[in-house]
Design a binder for this molecule. Structure first.
Ligand code: TRP
Length: 434
């Protein structure tokens, strides 16, 4: 079965070459693989947490959607949509809010960092924390779980959010799903350790906060040429041998060339290529890749209606999965229409009774050791264990089985299932204690 890969792109500001090399280009490549099914969306509800300027938000959503499509994301192949066009997301968000312990959110790094900032500034610890920020990981869990994504490509800073999404999924599954048919898969982060970090014009990581970024599409080729000219180099003259690693120029060049071209470029610098000429070469190299995408970008920017239509199609495609799935979840929590209330069948009643009645019984063996057994409602013995040195030890094992369920059995060889007892029955009985 194809793996489902899903990721959100928060529209904040415009994208620069660092974003292109680090995120856009690899994601577009990934989306062309045949063994994955990709869901990419603009996490514009998340953007509201930081951005309270409607015009800026609007512009950023437009620019970022245009960028991804211009960079080659194929909306026929991937499901590309806006988070805000999926009404199922905020509903699921609420269902998850109601099963997520507040303590889990208290531990979120991003929230804790804000609290620390406030404390340092001598303010109330929550002065900089909106409920949106505090609950950010739950909305992200809703994004992921609504589509039952298996893999979520994210930056390292987001891996805690994936852990939280798994915790929340497990809680919801345990509370509401039949044991053998969990609603949610557990999603895992796809964290690219070797993700290229592109340096900016001054050699530090390319970042808006350092004001060293080279724009991707904004400002056209003129802006690109202008920023490439600003790359910092030493003052060696043309003809003087240069250290290729003394400027971020070389690393930038590498991200837009084959290894052979890159090695040649290094040698040319060592042989005295002037910095001015080197910059010209770098510019041409980048332009060769980005240039052909520009008309598409400009077209989307000038005709937002075209973009809108693509995104509406994307939302429709996404909702073909999300709408029926949310309906199932709504029913599971007990919010279905009255016409869909299931009659209490004798079978479900019996099952409920049985579940409640499974019990552990501890006892002392004639040889003085301690033991326990697990009995189902009808008295069937499901597990037996004897030979424990103390009652406390046997008790601890029982507690572990109650807490961890059947998963604990693998590491408890002395706990035996009598012949003829079905494994699933033991699992069901154990899960009734969780
Ligand atoms: N939090 C992510 C970021 O800032 C964006 C995001 C929102 C996301 N929802 C998501 C990423 C779901 C992956 C999956 O980069």
């Amino acid at each position: 079965m194809k793996k489902r890969v899903l990721t959100g792109i928060t529209p904040s500001g415009t994208l620069h070459l660092g974003n292109y090399v680090g995120a856009v280009r690899p994601s577009v490549e990934q989306s062309r693989r045949d063994d994955v099914e990709s869901f990419y969306f603009l996490s514009d509800l998340h953007a509201l947490i930081k951005n309270h300027d409607p015009e800026r938000l609007q512009r950023s959503r437009l620019q970022i959607a245009a960028t991804w499509l211009a960079a080659g994301l194929d909306p026929e192949r991937v499901t590309f949509y806006r988070q805000s066009d999926i009404p199922e997301t905020p509903v699921l968000n609420w269902l998850l809010d109601c099963v997520c312990p507040k303590g889990l959110m208290n531990r979120a790094h991003a929230y804790k960092a804000k609290v620390e900032e406030s404390e340092k500034a001598g303010e109330d610890p929550d002065a900089r924390v909106s409920m949106g920020l505090f609950c950010y990981p739950i909305l992200m869990a809703a994004d992921i779980l609504l589509f039952n994504a298996d893999l979520v490509p994210v930056g390292k800073d987001q891996s805690q959010h994936l852990e939280m999404a798994r915790d929340i999924a497990i809680r919801f599954n345990n509370l509401y799903a039949p044991k053998d048919r969990p609603f949610f898969h557990l999603p895992y982060g796809l964290i690219d350790e070797k993700q290229e970090l592109l340096p900016g014009t001054d050699g530090r990581k390319m970042s808006k906060s350092y004001d060293n970024v080279i724009p991707l599409f904004e400002g056209g080729s003129a802006a690109l040429a202008e920023m490439v000219k600003r790359i910092v180099t030493d003052d060696k003259k043309p003809g003087e041998p240069k250290d290729p690693d003394s400027s971020s120029l070389t690393l930038l060049y590498r991200s837009f060339s084959t290894n052979e071209e890159y090695q040649n470029f290094r040698h040319e610098l060592e042989d005295g290529l002037g910095w001015g000429e080197a910059k010209e070469k770098l510019y041409r190299q980048i332009e060769a890749e980005i240039g052909p995408m520009r008309p598409k970008y400009d077209r989307f920017m000038n005709e937002p209606a075209v973009l809108e239509e693509i995104l509406q199609e994307g939302a429709k495609k996404a909702r073909r999965y999300a709408t029926p799935f949310l309906e199932e979840l709504i029913e599971a929590v007990g919010l279905q229409p009255f016409t869909r209330i299931k009659a209490d069948t004798p079978a479900t009643k019996k099952q409920q009774k049985k579940k409640k009645a499974a019990a552990f019984k501890q006892y002392r063996d004639p040889d003085g050791t301690f033991g326990f057994k697990l009995e189902d409602a009808d008295g069937t013995v499901l597990l037996v264990s004897s030979g424990w040195a103390s009652g406390a030890e046997a008790g601890r094992t029982v507690a572990r089985l109650k807490k961890e369920g059947a998963a604990a059995l693998a590491s408890l060889p002395s706990v035996k299932r009598p012949e003829g007892v079905d494994e699933a029955r033991v699992e069901a009985a154990l899960s009734s204690f969780e």
